[in-house]
Write a protein that binds this ligand. Structure first.
Ligand SMILES: Cc1cc2nc3c(=O)[nH]c(=O)nc-3n(C[C@H](O)[C@H](O)[C@H](O)COP(=O)(O)OP(=O)(O)OC[C@H]3O[C@@H](n4cnc5c(N)ncnc54)[C@H](O)[C@@H]3O)c2cc1C
Length: 474
């Protein structure tokens, strides 16, 4: 069976890797991966500047989601996995140009400790009273989807939407709380509200369970984030090294896809080519265009997934130049602060192996769902914006010894209300078609582990089909 994979980011590469594994295990299949750009990896890209590792896209992945670390294990690079320096984890929120640490006991955006929350200057007195009252919130089973902002507002008020929900979600999705679906983005919160009513009580209960687990013999704490010594690019390089080079076609954009008998005809600048099956691992809008003739509903669902853009600006300093910077992982900037910078990570504190002892790296984020226009800014303008914000917020006066900017146009899928139903419909159609599979960051989670998972599941779907067809022929 001949399979085309369209898109060579981590989702498409994972699909190729697991197809390669299936082939080694006896599945009768071959694959060709088409990537429109000149390099493989999509938004996952690391650079080396001096002795520093600079990430263009993702800098790590959540350790609790297993698929990326599993892939590293299968690639033989698990020994190079590194964890975030969680003992130094302090995240600040900018409030009126000042860096205010998130209070102890704040779990995502739910306060679980009374005293640190009561003493924190992050919240006004009104919000603190609302947080206290939240403990009495009755169980609630929402019939329809709502935005994260709506749910957080019901529980904690608008200040928590502005100072926590919005900046935290902007860091993960490049989107804002008022347009992201709570069912898709925070399904655990929906369950907690159904069962407990109060998110605070639910979170405290889950903390207690965790504390019990930690007491179990042999328990080893895991870092919050994992990465690789050589940067996330190491994962891309390791996958590519395990693939058949002849099956990888870069600078080959797929332009059209048509049904051809029971299979597919795919058109690239080189010409048409026939395949038995196709795995899409592109942004949803690309798949939508190509599937318009094949299935209008599927194309409409794919086409309705919106994307936001992201720009990372990394500045390199001498460590001593950042003396004014407080310790910790970095800070988030609520939109109400009126700045274009969304967040900054103190990379040299967050991870080992990123900068030598005497150097420091600050990675700033600009853009997001509410500032698509930022993509039009020149390097000079972006540098000026983040340098001004760093000076005014964190007292960084010094000139960096390098600045590296990466622009990612419409790269972050936005899980808007109705996303769960949309994805269910897409899943059902694809299951019915059988020789079409979908992977990518709009499907089952935006982070790297979920992208790997979608690539793996797409490969498994195709391998099962290849085995079935082979058995039918025999
Ligand atoms: C700045 C930034 C920071 C992030 N930080 C983190 C993080 O710290 N942790 C985390 O877990 N996640 C993070 N993410 C999210 C995560 O990195 C992405 O969701 C994931 O890497 C997306 O992988 P993908 O393969 O689905 O898509 P992409 O990487 O976008 O790859 C899609 C590929 O398809 C190709 N393509 C498009 N059209 C065609 C066509 N017609 N023919 C052939 N090829 C085509 C594109 O060129 C591209 O290479 C971050 C994302 C960004 C942008």
């Amino acid at each position: 069976m001949r399979i085309a994979i369209i898109g060579g980011g981590i989702s498409g590469l994972s699909a190729a890797f697991y197809l390669e594994q299936e082939r080694a295990a006896g599945a009768r299949l071959e694959y060709t991966l088409f990537e429109s750009s000149g390099r493989l990896g999509g938004v996952m890209f690391s650079d080396r500047i001096g002795d520093c590792v600079v990430e263009g896209g993702p800098d790590s992945f959540l350790t609790e989601k297993p698929w990326a670390a599993q892939l590293c294990g299968e690639l033989g690079i698990a020994g190079d996995l590194i964890g975030s320096n969680d003992d130094q984890r302090i995240t600040y929120i900018v409030v009126k140009n000042r860096l205010v640490p998130m209070p102890d006991g704040l779990m995502f955006l739910v306060p679980t400790k009374l005293v640190p929350t009561a003493l924190s200057p992050l919240f006004s007195l009104g919000t603190k009273f609302k947080m206290l009252g939240e403990w009495l919130h009755p169980p609630h089973a929402a019939e329809t989807d709502e935005t994260v902002a709506q749910m957080v507002q019901r529980h904690f008020g608008t200040e928590v939407v502005d100072r926590l929900a919005d900046p935290l979600l902007s860091g993960v999705y490049g989107g804002d709380a008022a347009s992201l679906s709570v069912r898709a983005v925070l399904p655990r919160f929906v369950e907690m509200e159904q069962k407990y009513g109060s998110l605070c009580r639910a979170m405290v209960a889950s903390q207690k369970k965790l504390a019990e687990m930690r007491k179990a013999p042999g328990y080893k704490p895991k870092p919050l984030f994992s990465s690789l010594k050589g940067g996330m690019q190491q994962l891309i390089d390791a996958v590519v090294a395990r693939l058949d080079a002849g099956s990888l076609r870069t600078e080959t954009a797929v332009r059209e896809l048509k049904r051809s008998g029971a299979g597919w005809e795919l058109v690239t600048p080189v010409g048409p080519e026939s395949f038995d099956a196709v795995i899409f691992a592109t942004p949803a809008r690309i798949a939508s265009k190509m599937l318009a003739e094949t299935d209008a509903q599927l194309a409409a669902d794919l086409g309705s997934v919106q994307y936001s853009s992201s720009i990372t600006v990394t500045l390199g300093y001498e460590r001593e130049q950042l003396k004014a910077c407080p310790p910790g992982f970095g800070f988030l900037v609520p939109r109400s602060e009126g700045r274009r910078m969304l967040a900054a990570t103190f990379v040299h504190t967050k991870f080992p192996f990123r900068a030598p002892e005497n150097k420091a790296l600050v990675r700033c984020f600009v853009g997001g769902a509410k500032d698509q226009e930022a993509l039009k800014l020149s390097d000079e303008e972006l540098t000026a914006i983040v340098r001004r914000d760093l000076r005014e917020i964190a007292g960084v006066e010094a000139a960096p010894w390098f600045v590296r900017i990466y622009r990612w146009d419409r790269a972050m899928a936005q899980y808007t209300p109705g996303h769960v139903e949309r994805i269910e419909r897409i899943g059902e159609t694809v299951k019915r078609m059988r020789n079409l599979a979908i992977a990518g960051n709009f499907y089952k989670g935006i982070g790297v582990p979920d992208c790997v998972r979608t690539g793996k599941e797409a490969a498994q779907q195709m391998a099962a089909l290849a085995r079935e067809q082979h058995t039918a022929k025999a």
